[in-house]
Structure formats: structure tokens, C-alpha cells
Design a protein around this ligand. Structure first.
Ligand SMILES: Nc1ncnc2c1ncn2[C@@H]1O[C@H](COP(=O)(O)OP(=O)(O)O)[C@@H](O)[C@H]1O
Ligand SMILES: [Mg+2]
Length: 332
């Protein structure tokens, strides 16, 4: 992409941007919110056209008028918000939009999809409906969909934002497999640890301009952050010194059932002392909500104890619990 500029009304989203990515590499496009990353890639995928500048794909100058043109040139973009239809199965979603669509030879489709699975280490249940899928599975469907259309240039817009750590590991494996097969992968991100883990090269955008393209191995998170925000930054988190005091909350062998009588919290124990921050980790739906609700007195636990300064608060009303000094906000 050469000297690309694009404005939206008075907002100049991209100013004379130069960007180049190669086959067989994972190229990170790094920049703060609003730096112009999505705009640039939307021009590569035919959603917008540049106000000025030129785009070359595999040496040929292109002039995309729609995403269809871009797909034809071998480019596939995985957007932040998936564009799948809930009622369709994975298989239907993948072949949808192909000439002949669902009336194509099923056996041939399946063979082609199997080949992709094998080649890139993908694995999903093709008969599963989109509405039954986790976010990670839906993302895999989107990836297979663009590969099925023949893409060898893949653009992923903040693909890890919606994934669990395990799903991110899987995605990175798939991306590495694509790279091994010569694909060009562009990952839009603002997460430094991901850049350091997965990218071969990094292009940094800042306020709509290209700042620099560097080899990952020849840079550091500190240098990249400085390029990204335009000034040096201290990445270390300064922790206040902890003075641990008395036990405030002591949760002992707590079990909680949900409305369907399913055990959503199974015999958990932890305590929190004065002056402490306690992290509760887990993918959404692991029981965080029920844990908070049982401490707040909103749902009665099945068994166990919740001690607040040594006094069991199970059985107290939410009002009484608030009066004791436990006030809580649950921000999922
Ligand atoms: N469709 C649009 N209409 C108006 N302004 C837009 C549009 N898309 C992006 N912008 C603006 O262009 C700038 C760059 O946005 P974007 O490319 O989405 O940045 P990034 O993806 O790096 O966060 C921002 O100021 C944004 O508000
Ligand atoms: Mg964006």
C-alpha cells in the first residue's frame, strides 16, 4: 500500500500511509485506538476505497470496488464482529456465497473443507449451528470461510479480544500453520505481549501515519510502546506496598446451586485480608456471578460458610449485609 490517504468528513483517518506485508510472515499492525488500523485494512479488503494512493497485490496494481474484488485477489478479512447467520450450520456458513451456493456437490465441498482442516490444523463440528457455538468456534468458522474462498492473505482485526487464553493459544497455532504454508497474515492489535509472541514484523501507526516497520527480533516492547504512543512510557506497574491486616472475608467450602439445581460453585475456599486485592480468574460463566450473589445475600448457598470478620453472614438479608459494610459491584 503506497501513500494511502482516507478521510471521513473532517477526520483524516489515514495520511500518506505506506504498508507492505509478505507471504510467509505474520505482520502485526500496531497502534492505539483511533490510529487508523481498521480503516487501512478495510481498504485492503475492499470495504472502503482510498482517497489517494495505490494498492498492489502480488505485484499488480488493484482498484477494489467491493469486498468481492478483494476476495478475488486472495484477500480475506476476519472482522471484530463476526458476520455469521445464527440459524445456519458451520458447513452452510462456509459455503454460503459461493457460486451455486448450497446446491453444490456436497461431497466435493466436504473434501475441500477436510483438506483445509488437515492443512491448517483446524477442527470444528461442521453440523453445529452458529447459535450453538462459542465465540472461539465462530471465529474458526470465519477463518475457514475465507480460506475456503481461496484467501492466502488474511487480515484479522483484533482477533484475540474476544477469546479465552486457551483459545488464543489455538488461534496462534493456526496462524503459524498458515504462515508455514506461505500465507501472509496481518494481525491488527494493540497488545504488546501478542506482538512479541506471534509477529515476524511490526508496523506501527500513530494518529493516522505510518511511524515505522521493524523486525520483531530487533525491537523491544518498550521501543514499540514509545513508537505507538509517541513518547517513552514506563511499562512496569507500580504496586502499593501491601500491609496485610485481619481476615475480612473467609469463604469456607462454599457450594451454590443455580435455578436449574446445577452445582455452579463446588466446594470453594478462599479468604481476603485487609489491604489485599484478590483476583478471581475464569472464563465467563464459571460461577463468578453466583459467587458474588451468594456473598451479597441474593442467593442462598447450598452449603458452606461465608465469614465476615468471623461472623457467618449466610442467611442474612442483602440489606443486613450492606449494613455490615459489604457493598459490592459486579462488573462482568
Ligand atoms: N466510518 C467512519 N466514519 C467516520 N469516522 C470514522 C469511520 N471509521 C473510522 N473513523 C475515524 O477514523 C479514525 C481511525 O479509526 P480506525 O481506523 O477505526 O482506528 P483503529 O482501528 O486504529 O482504532 C478515528 O478517528 C475514527 O473515529
Ligand atoms: Mg480498529
Amino acid at each position: 500500500m503506497e501513500n494511502i490517504s482516507k478521510s471521513f468528513g473532517k477526520v483524516l483517518a489515514n495520511k500518506n500511509i505506506n504498508f507492505e506485508a509478505r507471504g510467509g510472515e505474520i505482520h502485526a499492525l500496531l497502534g492505539e485506538n483511533g490510529a487508523g488500523k481498521s480503516t487501512l485494512m478495510n481498504m485492503l479488503s475492499g470495504i472502503y476505497s482510498p482517497d489517494s494512493g495505490s494498492i498492489y497485490v502480488k505485484g499488480n496494481r488493484v482498484n477494489f470496488r467491493s469486498p468481492r474484488d478483494s476476495i478475488q485477489a486472495g484477500i480475506g478479512m476476519i472482522h471484530q464482529h463476526f458476520k455469521l447467520i445464527d440459524a445456519l450450520s458451520a458447513r452452510e456458513s462456509i459455503i454460503l456465497g459461493e457460486r451455486g451456493g448450497l446446491f453444490l456437490n456436497v461431497k466435493k465441498n466436504n473434501e475441500k473443507i477436510d483438506e483445509l482442516f488437515e492443512k491448517y490444523g483446524l477442527d470444528i463440528n461442521l453440523d453445529k449451528k452458529i447459535y450453538e457455538m462459542s465465540v472461539g468456534e465462530k471465529q474458526n468458522v470465519e477463518i475457514i470461510k475465507v480460506l475456503y474462498k481461496g484467501a492466502d492473505i488474511l487480515i484479522m482485526d483484533e482477533p484475540t479480544a474476544v477469546l479465552t487464553p486457551q483459545e488464543i493459544d489455538r488461534l496462534f497455532e493456526i496462524m503459524n500453520n498458515m504462515k508455514k504454508h506461505g500465507c501472509c497474515i496481518i494481525i491488527i492489535t494493540h497488545k504488546m505481549n501478542e506482538v512479541m509472541e506471534i509477529a515476524d514484523r511490526v508496523t506501527v501507526l500513530h494518529k493516522g501515519r505510518t511511524i515505522s516497520t521493524v523486525d520483531k527480533d530487533k525491537t523491544t516492547p518498550e521501543k514499540l510502546t514509545e513508537l505507538m504512543v509517541g513518547r517513552p512510557m514506563d511499562l512496569s506497574v507500580k504496586r502499593a506496598v501491601t500491609v496485610k491486616g485481619k481476615k475480612v472475608l473467609d469463604v469456607k467450602n462454599l457450594s451454590v446451586l443455580n435455578e436449574d439445581n446445577v452445582k455452579v460453585i463446588n466446594n470453594i475456599c478462599f479468604d481476603i485480608k485487609e489491604g489485599e486485592i484478590l483476583g478471581v480468574a475464569g472464563v465467563a460463566g464459571s460461577g463468578q456471578k453466583e459467587l458474588c450473589e451468594s456473598i451479597a445475600g441474593l442467593i442462598p448457598p447450598d452449603s458452606g460458610e461465608i465469614l465476615y470478620f468471623n461472623e457467618n453472614i449466610i442467611g442474612r438479608t442483602p440489606g443486613e449485609i450492606i449494613e455490615k459494610g459489604i457493598s459490592m459491584s459486579f462488573v462482568p
